[in-house]
Design a protein around this ligand. Structure first.
Ligand code: NI
Length: 178
């Protein structure tokens, strides 16, 4: 399919609440998912949400495979998640560095819930749910935030926790994923 332009912070579509998907398995939805996959892979991102390529639907994809750029992240299987619902488990928060393809060049230290259960559908409308923690839980929270018009800088405890990645991580080692 196609690598699409990723909208950047400030674009009105990134501030909107996206609409649920009502029809599954359509050419339109399957093509959207392929475009999201092509786009996120081309940029070595960990995930992307449909509004980031200008489509205001509740669709996110994510994947973290063994990657030397971020050895501590653990593996997250390739997942297409449509109409996600999150159930936060417990009150425990964990700080971690995040980046975002819509906020290029910056990283921020973001508190997220450590454990959660998420549920939703794949692109064919098959329901599934998972209970996850740590980086997997972080990625899901980051991507689902996009569907509600929230970018990670809005989650920072302080703007002191935001910076340029080449300054925060000058050797490129242990660079956290986008
Ligand atoms: Ni993002």
């Amino acid at each position: 399919m196609a690598i699409r332009e990723v909208l950047k912070m400030g674009h009105p579509l990134l501030k909107q609440v996206s609409r649920p998907v009502h029809e599954f398995g359509t050419r339109e939805l399957l093509d959207l998912v392929v475009d999201m996959e092509d786009t996120v892979r081309s940029l070595n991102g960990a995930g992307i949400a449909a509004p980031q390529i200008g489509v205001p639907l509740r669709v996110v994809i994510f994947e973290v495979k063994n990657n030397p750029r971020y050895p501590d992240a653990g593996e997250v299987p390739f997942t297409v998640l449509v109409n996600p619902e999150l159930a936060l488990l417990g009150d425990e928060l964990e700080d971690g560095w995040e980046g975002c393809l819509s906020v290029p060049g910056l990283r921020g230290l973001v508190p997220r819930h450590r454990r959660l259960r998420y549920s939703g559908y794949d692109a064919h409308g098959r329901p599934f749910e998972r209970t996850v923690e740590g980086f997997h839980a972080r990625v899901v929270q980051h991507e689902v935030d996009h569907l509600d018009g929230i970018l990670y800088p809005m989650r920072l405890r302080s703007l002191l926790d935001l910076g340029y990645e080449d300054t925060l991580f000058p050797k490129g080692a242990a660079l956290p994923p986008d």
